[in-house]
Design a protein. Structure first.
Ligand code: MLT
Length: 312
């Protein structure tokens, strides 16, 4: 009977590599979180999780592909606040329904938002930056990763608060490529998730005006909160998490949830995430139901805020 149990287990999910779609370019926050977490999940699952970057339309192209794939557990995606909570309010014809039409796995990491700028932008701090963009909105270029992306969503909220919707916005296939242009000084600023910019901020190749969280990040203790820097109304928490098509076998869901939890409990993986500035998910947020509740809560918050900002 032991030999039989062993054979049955060996045939169980997963029997081949799993594709994790990252709906943005390589080198950006979604790609970074996906690679760190998938690296350890692969060990637990005994099969490789292969990252596939499918960029376009603010991440909705890649998520559409993932959640409309065969629900066999072999195609999943790393999405985020943008693709799962903001995109439905941004794209009327969206081909997926994050609330009722996909299988959530769990939250992979909280990713605080930083207002970052090219290092030689004249404004030395957030107050000066705010005064400068209010005085001359048309003189500034903002980078983002497409309508409905996190960078677009969070900077749209920022511009709503500042009353400067006219700032020129430039779309990229992810904030990884946008960061290159920020470092080289071709764009002026962006609102980005901490994990892809923290190293550059530490190295001084770009500057960070503020973090839009209640607390400073231990990864960047010198960067003030928006409250400290004089813009208390600008508070937004971004995150990245895993989902797949609705109808996946329970065995696959359970194993993916367990592998994510083990990755987030692994000391090496935790350190990699924390060093980049990510926030570790709670036990509840690591469950399909806890993650689904977060998606819905943020969709409920963002939908009115984004429609108000777009009417300016
Ligand atoms: C990325 O991975 O490039 C970002 O998460 C894009 C975004 O701002 O949503």
């Amino acid at each position: 009977t032991l030999a039989f149990a062993g054979a049955a287990q060996a045939q169980g999910y997963p029997t081949k590599p799993i594709t994790m779609i990252v709906p943005f370019a390589a080198g950006g926050p979604t790609d970074i979180i996906a690679r760190v977490v998938a690296d350890h999940m692969s060990k637990t699952l005994g099969q490789q999780i292969v990252i596939e970057n499918v960029a376009g339309a603010g991440g909705t192209t890649g998520i559409t592909r993932a959640v409309t794939a065969a629900p066999d557990g072999y195609t999943i995606a790393m999405g985020h606040l943008g693709t799962f909570s903001a995109a439905p309010a941004t794209y009327p014809g969206l081909k997926y329904d994050p609330i009722n039409g996909m299988q959530t796995i769990g939250l992979a990491g909280g990713t605080p938002i930083l207002i970052v700028a090219r290092k030689n932008l004249e404004a030395p701090d957030l107050k000066a930056f705010v005064a400068a963009v209010k005085a001359n909105p048309d003189k500034f270029n903002e980078a983002h990763a497409g309508l409905g992306s996190v960078s677009w969503t969070t900077c749209t909220l920022l511009k709503g608060i500042l009353g400067t919707p006219k700032i020129n916005a430039v779309a990229y296939r992810g904030t990884g490529p946008a960061l290159n242009d920020l470092v080289s000084g071709q764009i002026d600023f962006m609102c980005d998730q901490i994990v892809s910019v923290s190293e550059q901020v530490k190295a001084g190749t770009i500057k960070a005006y503020a973090i839009a969280s209640a607390q400073r990040s231990p990864a960047l203790p010198d960067v003030p909160t928006t409250k400290e820097a004089g813009l208390p109304d600008y508070q937004i928490e971004a995150w990245n998490g895993i989902a797949g098509p609705k109808g996946m076998p329970k065995e696959a869901v359970d194993k993916l949830v367990d592998a994510l939890d083990k990755a987030l409990n692994d000391e090496g993986t935790k350190k990699r995430l924390l060093d980049l500035g990510a926030v570790l998910p709670t036990a509840e947020e690591r469950t399909p139901a806890g993650f689904a509740a977060l998606i819905k809560r943020d969709a409920d918050k963002l939908t009115p805020a984004l429609s108000a900002a777009s009417k300016q």
